[in-house]
Ligand binder design. Structure first.
Ligand code: GLA
Length: 514
């Protein structure tokens, strides 16, 4: 028994001991501490995207994500007319009247030093030029969600420092409307006022006040509904009131809408692709007629090959069923969802993203029974793999665990600025699959500066040495490698790179040309 357990480790040691060659260190053997992300320095560091899309005429709100000891003083050089920066909060607000590319320089200073970075605002047609990042209520609060839990989540996004890394959406999922009487799903439950306007349930007394609260922190607010008569949890849907609801969401001040197919399937019997597109095209057109920017998230579980048309009628589209309902098989559920999402890499681009569902780590609820929550059963290595896959896939990065119980480990997974800069890279490419086998997965993402971000995933339950060859990547010569989780340069490599990787773990590196 003992020999069986130790044999793979022994083989690994022998391989490591005999490993030599021109590349330093070969194979790379990272230290496996539990917390990998280095603490941010006291000096300001501006994080988040370098490009941001807005439509001319729409309200603008952007909180500069920046770590470092507060107070920090912010300044913006070449801030276009119509926008104002609050120097102590770093929140930019206002409205841009004319289309165009505005290049500004953002500066952040405190008593320890400063940082500055170029930031481009593109006033045009396209929102979500980089994948949206934030939090969603579903997997922790289910039908218990309330106005006060939403406000707490916004407070916690600031207090935990998540907002300083670029998380900005605070999104309500299902269950904020009135529940439709069971047995009378299309009937006369009082879900709307006399003039047809959607009513909220008693847990949401004032939607406008709620979004004002979220906006007051420089964050954005998201909501949810179905194109069908009821949502997946049986609350009022938009069917027959789509235009009015789009206007109501704008009036209430929402910035993001998840539009969930759910009961629409009872009305439509889709045969053609156009049947699948129809409700989304309609909502997309209504949203675009508003003078408010609302990012549209399609949620229809990948039907009708949504990746081939989702970008025409929305900003991101779920490619699979619910991650939280996925059973663990040989591998934890996120691998199956991630592997399925990874296949559609050609379709992702700025403004249009494949969405493999939320980041379910930390303290999360069981979706099968809509329970309150428990600590994730994923190992630390599995959580690094999860976050690495989502980053390489340029996925919307929406955490859906308990914001009130974020521990140091979970925050270290969610808040590594080098990993996040892979998601937020302005080129907007999703990683292609370089290799996929029973043993390993290699994802390669092209970055705007000509570098590559590479994730080498060990799918086995034992440690393995895995490698990548320049030839299979289509590159040549010497490349500088950096371990992104540990934020450490690891040397110059020629022709290939190999690393010793923990069970179900990952090594995520960047390759920069000399
Ligand atoms: C569907 C969606 C989930 C969640 C629930 C809410 O299952 O896929 O993400 O929004 O509905 O009822």
């Amino acid at each position: 028994m003992k020999t069986r357990i130790f044999l793979p480790y022994l083989i690994l040691l022998i391989i490591i001991a005999s490993g030599c060659g021109s590349n330093p260190p070969h194979p790379y053997q990272p230290l496996n501490e539990t917390i990998l992300t280095p603490k941010p320095p006291a000096t300001p560091r501006i994080n988040g995207p370098s490009v941001y899309g807005v439509r001319p005429g729409s309200p603008f709100i952007y909180r500069i994500p920046c770590t470092g000891d507060r107070p920090i003083h912010f300044q913006a050089i070449n801030l276009p007319a119509g926008l104002t920066l609050n120097g102590s909060t770093g929140i930019i607000t206002g409205r841009l009247e004319t289309s165009g590319k505005y290049m500004l320089q953002i500066e952040a200073k405190n008593t320890s030093g400063g940082d500055s970075r170029e930031f481009t605002i593109v006033a045009g047609d396209t929102l979500a030029l980089t994948p949206p990042m934030g939090w969603n209520s579903w997997y922790i609060h289910y039908d218990r969600i309330s106005d006060s839990l939403m406000r707490q989540a916004a407070d916690q996004m600031i207090e935990t420092g998540m907002a300083d890394f670029g998380y900005q959406y605070v999104n309500i999922d299902d269950c904020w409307m009135v529940k439709v009487n069971p047995g009378d799903p299309d009937g006369d439950s009082k879900t709307r006022s006399e003039d047809g306007k959607l009513l909220t349930n008693e847990k949401f007394p004032d939607m406008y006040a709620l979004t004002e609260y979220i906006h007051g922190k420089g964050l954005k607010a998201g909501t949810y509904i179905s194109p069908g008569p009821t949502t997946c949890a049986g609350y009022a849907g938009s069917y027959g009131h789509e235009h009015q609801d789009a206007e109501t969401f704008a009036e209430w001040g929402f910035d993001f809408l998840k539009y969930d197919w759910c009961s629409y399937g009872r009305l439509a019997d889709p045969v053609s692709t156009e049947d699948y597109i129809k409700p989304y095209r309609q909502m997309w057109q209504f949203l675009r007629s508003l003078d408010r920017d609302i990012v549209l998230n399609l949620c229809q579980y990948g039907m009708g090959d949504v990746w081939t048309w989702g970008g025409e009628v929305g900003n991101c589209w779920r490619t699979t069923g619910d991650l939280g309902l996925e059973e663990n098989r040989e591998l934890p559920g996120f691998y199956y969802i991630g592997l399925s999402n990874a296949q559609h890499w050609q379709y992702a681009r700025p403004g249009s993203w494949n969405d493999p569902d939320y980041i379910l780590i930390g303290w999360v609820g069981d979706a099968n029974r809509m329970l309150t929550g428990a600590s994730t059963l994923l190992t630390p290595d599995e959580q690094y793999s999860y976050m690495s896959m989502w980053s390489l896939m340029a996925a919307p990065l929406i955490f859906s665990g308990d914001m009130g119980r974020l521990d140091e480990f979970t925050l270290n997974v969610l808040c590594n600025h080098e990993v996040i800069s892979v998601i937020q890279d302005p080129l907007g490419k999703q990683a292609r699959i370089l290799r996929q086998s029973e043993k390993d997965l290699v994802l390669v993402k092209e970055m705007v500066d000509g570098s590559y971000a590479v994730g080498i995933f060990n799918l086995e339950k034992v440690p393995s040495i895995l490698n990548i060859h320049w030839e299979e990547m289509g590159i040549k010569g010497k490349w500088k490698l950096r371990d992104l989780w540990r934020q450490k340069d690891i040397g110059e490599y020629r022709d290939s790179f190999s690393a010793s990787i923990m069970p179900h773990g990952v090594v995520m590196v960047s390759l920069k040309n000399n």
